[in-house]
Design a binder for this molecule. Structure first.
Ligand SMILES: Cc1cc2nc3c(=O)[nH]c(=O)nc-3n(C[C@H](O)[C@H](O)[C@H](O)COP(=O)(O)OP(=O)(O)OC[C@H]3O[C@@H](n4cnc5c(N)ncnc54)[C@H](O)[C@@H]3O)c2cc1C
Length: 441
């Protein structure tokens, strides 16, 4: 029941963000004079106005949804889910804003082609319209790398360019406040200035106060090497220790000038330790420049953690769970299993750990030992070279009552997709399927 209530709250929180973003468009719709949709030209003109207003409203809310405030993201099912909404809102806003000038130009095309061109490219007097074009064109430049069409971008460069979209928001707001006459005054100014103030407030709070209150200096106490491309760091606090729940993640920055890359860069990593431990543990696989550099980190190096974020597991144990892990996606489950072992409570958890072969079964020996200490915890290791791709029959055989369980999956993208198909095929309800993606783009 707790799980259902939490999912409903989370869906409500996401729906509220969308509704707030669409609020200006709804008010504008209600304020349209009678006859605004009678005839092609009037309909195109009204649609043009509504897409502009709706696009800007969603754009500002998408900016608000990008703010990282530890604890706040839990209402949305974790930061990864909140940022998925940020991403979808940004994409819809972008499409609506692209349609906005085209629809307005099409509405004037009925008068004459010259009138349509004058809407798109007004003479020098049309400063407000040029501000709109500035917003749209800069948005194309700053947001284009986010779309998969252009291939995977370099994350750090992408982040810097992406943040410049704030310039587009300022230009779009100036354009709207100058020109927008669909929503009557004082509502128009109240709505736009209110949304702008809320967005700036959220961004400043997240960047300055939220981050300051949630950053923790640590030092590397030990570096374990569970595989040749993975390290597990044990960290000691240099001040107030981080408080977190099993399976949550932090942003880690290292300050070791001797490492070949990633100095001061923030990267998200799941905490693989139990919250009951004095030390914080983080397992890092070499997946790019910064994570490769960290493989060489030494004892005594300083790191900074910001967080915690995420809500992969519910705050209380569900009745019965099925865990499916793959590769470095083992980390949230490792943290939770270590936590359960420290509490020795009875659970009903069936875990399937998908690995390529024995050599890549990270922490498998430790998980077998933990199994002996957690009553009600079952572990099956699925070897790809022996068992082939994960299949419904395999899951049903090792977890016959899987259809009634809450399912948690973490691993590489293709495994998440496959596991979803497999467990839904085995009768698991969609609302009982929970996944954590190690990719925030
Ligand atoms: C919620 C979450 C939990 C994670 N937990 C772990 C873990 O426990 N262990 C582990 O080894 N890896 C984990 N990762 C993945 C880890 O963050 C990336 O491997 C790491 O950031 C790669 O950085 P890089 O510079 O080495 O590689 P790059 O080549 O720069 O990046 C490779 C890919 O990693 C992602 N990425 C890079 N930097 C960031 C960033 N600052 N924010 C978000 N995504 C980024 C992007 O998708 C990028 O395309 C997690 C990721 C997320 C989102």
């Amino acid at each position: 029941m707790n799980g259902i209530a939490e999912i409903m709250n989370r869906n409500f929180a996401h729906a509220a963000l969308w509704l707030l973003g669409l609020l200006p468009a709804v008010v504008a719709w209600m304020a349209l004079p009678p006859g605004s949709f009678s005839g092609a030209a009037a309909s195109l003109n009204s649609a043009g106005r509504l897409t502009g207003i709706g696009g800007l409203g969603l754009f500002l809310l998408a900016a608000m949804a990008s703010v990282r405030i530890p604890g706040f993201d839990r209402h949305f099912g974790g930061l990864t889910k909140l940022w998925q909404t940020h991403h979808s809102m940004g994409a819809v806003a972008f499409l609506l804003l692209l349609c906005h000038p085209l629809l307005l130009a099409l509405a004037s095309a009925g008068i004459s082609p010259a009138a349509a061109v004058a809407v798109l490219f007004p003479p020098a007097a049309g400063t407000a319209v040029w501000l709109g074009w500035g917003a749209l064109l800069s948005m194309m430049v700053f947001l284009a790398p986010s779309f998969a069409f252009f291939g995977p971008p370099k994350y750090q460069r992408w982040k810097k360019i992406h943040r410049l979209a704030a310039i587009s928001a300022v230009l779009a707001l100036a354009h709207t406040l100058w020109l927008e006459r669909t929503i009557p005054e004082p509502w128009s100014s109240l709505i736009w200035l209110g949304l702008a103030a809320a967005t700036i407030g959220a961004l400043v709070y997240g960047l300055v106060f939220g981050r300051r209150a949630s950053q923790y200096p640590y030092t590397v106490a030990e570096v374990a090497r569970p595989a040749n491309n993975v390290v597990e760091l044990s960290l000691n606090p240099l001040g107030k220790p981080l408080r977190y729940e099993a399976g949550q993640f932090v942003y880690l920055s290292h300050y070791d000038g001797k490492l070949p890359g990633g100095y001061g860069e923030e990267h998200p990593y799941t905490l693989s330790s139990s919250p009951a431990e004095l030390q914080v543990r983080i397992a890092i696989k070499d997946l790019g420049d910064a994570s490769r550099a960290i493989q060489e980190i030494h004892r005594g190096s300083k790191v900074r953690l910001v967080g915690p974020y995420g809500a992969f597991f519910p705050p209380t144990n569900s009745d019965a769970e099925l865990w499916i892990a793959g590769g470095i996606g083992i980390t949230p489950f490792l943290g939770r299993a270590r936590d359960l072992a420290s509490r020795a409570e009875r659970v009903d958890i069936n875990m399937i750990y998908c690995v390529q072969d024995e050599a890549r079964a990270l922490f498998a020996d430790e998980l077998r030992q933990l199994k002996a200490r957690i009553p009600g915890f079952c572990l099956t290791v699925h070897y790809f070279y022996r068992d082939g791709p994960l299949a419904t029959d395999f899951v049903r055989y090792h977890c016959p009552d899987c259809s009634g369980r809450q399912v948690y999956v973490c691993g590489p993208g293709p495994l998440l997709k496959l596991a979803r198909e497999v467990v839904l095929g085995a009768g698991v309800r969609r609302s009982n399927f929970h996944s954590e993606e190690f990719n925030l783009l």
